[in-house]
Design a protein around this ligand. Structure first.
Ligand SMILES: Cc1cc2nc3c(=O)[nH]c(=O)nc-3n(C[C@H](O)[C@H](O)[C@H](O)COP(=O)(O)O)c2cc1C
Length: 205
Protein backbone atom coordinates (compact mmCIF):
# COMPACT_ATOMS: atom_id res chain seq x y z
CA UNK A 1 0.00 0.00 0.00
CA UNK A 2 3.11 2.14 -0.07
CA UNK A 3 2.37 4.20 -3.13
CA UNK A 4 -1.17 5.27 -2.24
CA UNK A 5 -1.46 9.05 -1.86
CA UNK A 6 -4.16 10.46 0.40
CA UNK A 7 -5.36 14.05 0.72
CA UNK A 8 -7.24 14.68 3.96
CA UNK A 9 -9.38 17.71 3.19
CA UNK A 10 -11.19 19.38 6.05
CA UNK A 11 -13.08 22.42 7.18
CA UNK A 12 -13.22 23.31 10.85
CA UNK A 13 -14.33 26.45 12.67
CA UNK A 14 -13.53 25.36 16.20
CA UNK A 15 -11.05 22.49 15.86
CA UNK A 16 -13.02 19.26 15.94
CA UNK A 17 -12.60 18.34 12.29
CA UNK A 18 -9.01 19.55 12.34
CA UNK A 19 -8.30 16.94 15.03
CA UNK A 20 -10.22 14.28 13.10
CA UNK A 21 -8.21 15.20 10.00
CA UNK A 22 -4.96 14.82 11.91
CA UNK A 23 -6.07 11.37 13.10
CA UNK A 24 -6.95 10.45 9.53
CA UNK A 25 -3.46 11.42 8.35
CA UNK A 26 -1.94 9.31 11.13
CA UNK A 27 -4.18 6.37 10.22
CA UNK A 28 -3.37 6.64 6.52
CA UNK A 29 0.36 6.85 7.18
CA UNK A 30 0.20 3.89 9.55
CA UNK A 31 -1.40 1.97 6.68
CA UNK A 32 1.61 2.81 4.48
CA UNK A 33 0.20 5.74 2.51
CA UNK A 34 1.66 9.14 1.84
CA UNK A 35 -0.83 11.57 3.35
CA UNK A 36 -1.26 15.32 3.54
CA UNK A 37 -3.65 17.46 5.55
CA UNK A 38 -5.16 20.45 3.75
CA UNK A 39 -7.90 22.87 4.78
CA UNK A 40 -10.47 24.45 2.53
CA UNK A 41 -10.36 28.25 2.58
CA UNK A 42 -12.40 30.15 5.15
CA UNK A 43 -15.17 32.15 3.48
CA UNK A 44 -16.88 33.77 6.43
CA UNK A 45 -16.37 37.50 6.78
CA UNK A 46 -13.97 38.68 9.51
CA UNK A 47 -16.85 40.15 11.51
CA UNK A 48 -18.43 36.69 11.84
CA UNK A 49 -15.15 34.97 12.69
CA UNK A 50 -14.09 37.65 15.17
CA UNK A 51 -17.45 37.47 16.95
CA UNK A 52 -16.47 33.97 18.12
CA UNK A 53 -13.11 33.95 19.94
CA UNK A 54 -12.72 30.17 19.54
CA UNK A 55 -13.27 30.38 15.78
CA UNK A 56 -10.84 33.30 15.46
CA UNK A 57 -8.20 31.51 17.53
CA UNK A 58 -8.56 28.27 15.57
CA UNK A 59 -8.18 30.10 12.27
CA UNK A 60 -4.99 31.76 13.51
CA UNK A 61 -3.62 28.53 15.00
CA UNK A 62 -4.07 26.64 11.72
CA UNK A 63 -2.80 29.29 9.33
CA UNK A 64 0.25 27.08 8.69
CA UNK A 65 -1.91 24.28 7.25
CA UNK A 66 -1.86 24.54 3.45
CA UNK A 67 -5.11 25.42 1.73
CA UNK A 68 -6.61 22.69 -0.45
CA UNK A 69 -6.06 23.11 -4.17
CA UNK A 70 -7.20 21.32 -7.29
CA UNK A 71 -3.62 20.05 -7.60
CA UNK A 72 -4.18 18.09 -4.37
CA UNK A 73 -7.12 16.35 -6.01
CA UNK A 74 -5.04 15.47 -9.06
CA UNK A 75 -2.15 14.28 -6.87
CA UNK A 76 -4.09 12.00 -4.52
CA UNK A 77 -5.47 8.54 -5.18
CA UNK A 78 -7.88 8.95 -2.26
CA UNK A 79 -9.56 11.78 -0.38
CA UNK A 80 -10.87 11.79 3.16
CA UNK A 81 -13.19 14.73 3.81
CA UNK A 82 -14.00 15.96 7.30
CA UNK A 83 -16.41 18.78 8.04
CA UNK A 84 -18.91 19.97 10.65
CA UNK A 85 -22.62 19.59 10.08
CA UNK A 86 -24.28 22.89 9.21
CA UNK A 87 -28.07 22.69 9.30
CA UNK A 88 -27.81 19.03 8.31
CA UNK A 89 -25.51 19.72 5.41
CA UNK A 90 -21.96 20.47 4.28
CA UNK A 91 -20.52 23.81 5.34
CA UNK A 92 -20.46 26.36 2.51
CA UNK A 93 -16.67 26.44 2.75
CA UNK A 94 -16.43 22.76 1.78
CA UNK A 95 -19.14 23.07 -0.84
CA UNK A 96 -17.39 26.04 -2.40
CA UNK A 97 -14.18 24.04 -2.74
CA UNK A 98 -16.06 21.12 -4.24
CA UNK A 99 -17.77 23.49 -6.64
CA UNK A 100 -14.40 24.50 -8.09
CA UNK A 101 -13.85 20.96 -9.40
CA UNK A 102 -15.95 21.29 -12.56
CA UNK A 103 -12.88 21.27 -14.81
CA UNK A 104 -11.44 18.13 -13.25
CA UNK A 105 -14.85 16.47 -13.46
CA UNK A 106 -15.20 17.47 -17.11
CA UNK A 107 -11.84 15.89 -17.92
CA UNK A 108 -12.70 12.70 -16.03
CA UNK A 109 -9.90 13.30 -13.51
CA UNK A 110 -12.03 12.46 -10.48
CA UNK A 111 -13.15 9.09 -11.80
CA UNK A 112 -12.08 6.17 -9.62
CA UNK A 113 -10.68 8.36 -6.87
CA UNK A 114 -11.46 6.63 -3.59
CA UNK A 115 -13.32 8.82 -1.12
CA UNK A 116 -14.56 8.73 2.45
CA UNK A 117 -16.33 11.30 4.63
CA UNK A 118 -16.50 12.25 8.32
CA UNK A 119 -18.46 14.84 10.24
CA UNK A 120 -19.32 16.32 13.62
CA UNK A 121 -22.37 18.02 15.09
CA UNK A 122 -23.53 19.40 18.39
CA UNK A 123 -26.52 17.11 18.79
CA UNK A 124 -26.33 13.30 18.81
CA UNK A 125 -28.89 13.24 16.01
CA UNK A 126 -28.06 16.63 14.54
CA UNK A 127 -27.57 15.54 10.95
CA UNK A 128 -24.11 13.93 10.87
CA UNK A 129 -25.28 11.11 8.63
CA UNK A 130 -27.08 13.52 6.31
CA UNK A 131 -23.91 15.57 5.93
CA UNK A 132 -21.82 12.54 5.00
CA UNK A 133 -24.48 11.24 2.62
CA UNK A 134 -24.81 14.65 0.97
CA UNK A 135 -21.06 14.60 0.38
CA UNK A 136 -21.37 11.13 -1.13
CA UNK A 137 -24.04 12.34 -3.57
CA UNK A 138 -21.43 14.61 -5.14
CA UNK A 139 -18.89 11.80 -5.08
CA UNK A 140 -21.24 9.71 -7.19
CA UNK A 141 -21.32 12.52 -9.75
CA UNK A 142 -17.54 12.45 -9.76
CA UNK A 143 -17.47 8.72 -10.50
CA UNK A 144 -15.50 8.29 -7.30
CA UNK A 145 -15.51 5.06 -5.32
CA UNK A 146 -16.97 5.50 -1.85
CA UNK A 147 -15.10 3.64 0.87
CA UNK A 148 -17.49 4.02 3.78
CA UNK A 149 -16.40 2.31 7.00
CA UNK A 150 -19.55 0.22 7.30
CA UNK A 151 -19.21 -2.16 10.19
CA UNK A 152 -15.91 -3.51 8.92
CA UNK A 153 -14.30 -3.30 12.34
CA UNK A 154 -15.69 -3.49 15.89
CA UNK A 155 -14.28 -0.03 16.56
CA UNK A 156 -17.22 1.47 14.66
CA UNK A 157 -19.64 0.14 17.29
CA UNK A 158 -17.47 1.42 20.11
CA UNK A 159 -17.38 4.96 18.75
CA UNK A 160 -21.07 5.64 18.11
CA UNK A 161 -21.70 3.21 15.29
CA UNK A 162 -21.91 5.41 12.20
CA UNK A 163 -21.31 3.19 9.14
CA UNK A 164 -21.53 6.09 6.67
CA UNK A 165 -18.44 7.78 8.04
CA UNK A 166 -17.04 8.47 11.46
CA UNK A 167 -18.94 11.20 13.26
CA UNK A 168 -18.68 12.76 16.65
CA UNK A 169 -20.88 14.88 18.91
CA UNK A 170 -19.39 18.00 20.49
CA UNK A 171 -20.74 19.87 23.49
CA UNK A 172 -21.19 23.66 23.76
CA UNK A 173 -17.52 24.01 24.68
CA UNK A 174 -16.43 21.91 21.70
CA UNK A 175 -15.46 18.80 23.69
CA UNK A 176 -15.91 15.54 21.80
CA UNK A 177 -18.47 13.33 23.51
CA UNK A 178 -17.33 10.03 22.02
CA UNK A 179 -13.83 8.65 21.59
CA UNK A 180 -13.60 8.33 17.82
CA UNK A 181 -9.83 8.37 17.31
CA UNK A 182 -9.57 4.66 16.53
CA UNK A 183 -12.66 4.78 14.31
CA UNK A 184 -11.11 7.61 12.30
CA UNK A 185 -7.87 5.67 11.97
CA UNK A 186 -9.73 2.56 10.90
CA UNK A 187 -11.66 4.56 8.31
CA UNK A 188 -8.39 5.97 6.99
CA UNK A 189 -6.85 2.52 6.82
CA UNK A 190 -9.87 1.17 4.96
CA UNK A 191 -9.73 4.07 2.51
CA UNK A 192 -6.05 3.36 1.84
CA UNK A 193 -6.74 -0.36 1.44
CA UNK A 194 -9.52 0.18 -1.10
CA UNK A 195 -7.41 2.79 -2.91
CA UNK A 196 -4.52 0.32 -3.19
CA UNK A 197 -6.85 -2.28 -4.72
CA UNK A 198 -8.22 0.25 -7.20
CA UNK A 199 -4.77 1.54 -8.08
CA UNK A 200 -3.38 -1.94 -8.60
CA UNK A 201 -6.38 -2.92 -10.70
CA UNK A 202 -6.07 0.16 -12.90
CA UNK A 203 -2.34 -0.43 -13.43
CA UNK A 204 -3.11 -3.93 -14.67
CA UNK A 205 -5.63 -2.73 -17.28
C1 LIG B 1 -24.35 27.71 11.23
C2 LIG B 1 -24.25 26.46 12.05
C3 LIG B 1 -25.11 25.41 11.81
C4 LIG B 1 -25.05 24.25 12.58
N1 LIG B 1 -25.92 23.24 12.32
C5 LIG B 1 -25.92 22.15 13.11
C6 LIG B 1 -26.85 21.10 12.88
O1 LIG B 1 -27.62 21.09 11.93
N2 LIG B 1 -26.85 20.08 13.78
C7 LIG B 1 -26.03 20.03 14.85
O2 LIG B 1 -26.11 19.11 15.63
N3 LIG B 1 -25.08 20.98 15.04
C8 LIG B 1 -25.02 22.03 14.20
N4 LIG B 1 -24.06 23.00 14.39
C9 LIG B 1 -22.96 22.77 15.36
C10 LIG B 1 -21.69 22.32 14.61
O3 LIG B 1 -21.93 21.14 13.88
C11 LIG B 1 -20.51 22.11 15.53
O4 LIG B 1 -20.18 23.37 16.05
C12 LIG B 1 -19.34 21.52 14.75
O5 LIG B 1 -19.59 20.18 14.50
C13 LIG B 1 -17.99 21.67 15.40
O6 LIG B 1 -17.00 21.29 14.44
P1 LIG B 1 -15.65 22.13 14.30
O7 LIG B 1 -15.10 22.26 15.69
O8 LIG B 1 -14.76 21.31 13.43
O9 LIG B 1 -15.95 23.47 13.69
C14 LIG B 1 -24.10 24.15 13.61
C15 LIG B 1 -23.21 25.21 13.84
C16 LIG B 1 -23.28 26.35 13.08
C17 LIG B 1 -22.31 27.48 13.34
Amino acid sequence: MENVKVAVIYYSATGTNYTMGQWAVEGAEAAGAEAKLVRVPELAPDEAVHANPVWKQHLEDTSHIPEATLADLEWADAFIFSMPTRFGNLPAQMKQFIDTTGGLWMNGQLINKVVSGMSSAQNPHGGQEATVKNLYTTMMHWGAIIASPGYTDPVTFASGGNPYGTSVTVDQEGNMQEDVEEAVKHQAKRTVTVASWVKKGMEQQ
